[in-house]
Design a binder for this molecule. Structure first.
Ligand code: SF4
Ligand code: SF4
Length: 243
């Protein structure tokens, strides 16, 4: 198997818009703390991303409307996650068939022991692959589509070439995600690799907000921080194409 050709073929073959490869050694301690030894044993991550449908994301300010909730939850969440998981499964199988270990991480956030995070941060993988930076919203912000991209990861021991360096933070003085959050979950601090996520994002406030929505019989849909980012909105209006 020619690994470089394989990576380059992923967007067309598996209908994803982003692919990147990260060397995980720089973030080993964080990965060990978050996911444990089995996860931290992999030296390399393949990130794949799918751009969310802008016509659906653009309606999020009207999210009290049931139709907006259902469309977002279905097409911008469930279906995109399923497409990512299927693509990750195929990638993992092809690597395994070529003699490598490959471990697909589910696209959707999975709580472990009550923690509000998964066993591996897709955002971290995509950031280390050079696909974007981690914004004040704690979302991965791509230059082309802002945070309007959903991610999955395949960990592997295949000797892949990293695709790029981590991008510098381009949030600057912008505070739009901080200002729009209905529960003030963001502190407005720039991402620093050595700082815990809690310094920037009170995940429990967002989680409590979703639970309150559920208790009122509504779908758990907000995403205003994702909607408002100028990098996502400007790229949509400019009509830039994905990979
Ligand atoms: S999803 Fe909504 S409540 Fe949660 S952090 Fe983003 S803007 Fe705030
Ligand atoms: S809305 Fe502004 S501050 Fe928030 S992630 Fe996007 S660019 Fe950064």
């Amino acid at each position: 198997m020619n690994l470089s050709h394989f990576i380059a073929s992923i967007p067309d073959e598996l209908n994803v818009n982003y692919v990147g490869v990260a060397n995980l050694s720089k973030a080993h301690d964080f990965i060990l703390m978050q996911g444990g030894e089995n996860i931290a044993a992999f030296p390399c991550a393949i990130s794949i991303g799918i751009v969310l449908p802008s016509a659906i994301v653009d309606l999020l300010p009207q999210r009290k409307d049931k139709t907006v909730q259902v469309n977002y939850r279905h097409h911008a969440y469930d279906i995109v996650n399923e497409r990512l998981d299927l693509a990750a499964s195929v990638i993992a199988w092809r690597l395994q068939k070529a003699g490598y270990l490959a471990f697909p991480i589910p696209a959707s956030r999975t709580g472990i022991d009550g923690r509000l995070c998964g066993s591996f941060s897709h955002k971290l993988g995509a950031h280390l692959s050079g696909l974007g930076w981690i914004g004040k919203s704690c979302l991965l912000v791509t230059p082309e589509h802002g945070p309007r991209v959903r991610w999955a990861t395949i960990l592997t021991d295949a000797p892949l070439e990293p695709t790029g360096e981590s991008l510098e933070d381009r949030c600057g003085d912008c505070t739009q995600c901080v200002d729009i959050c209905p529960v003030h979950a963001f502190t407005g601090r720039h991402f620093l690799p050595d700082e815990p996520r809690e310094a920037r994002y009170k995940a429990n406030l967002c989680d409590r907000y979703f639970k309150a929505l559920e208790n009122r019989g509504e779908l758990k849909v907000c995403g205003l921080c994702l909607y408002v980012c100028p990098f996502g909105r400007e790229s949509q209006t400019a009509g830039k194409a994905a990979i």
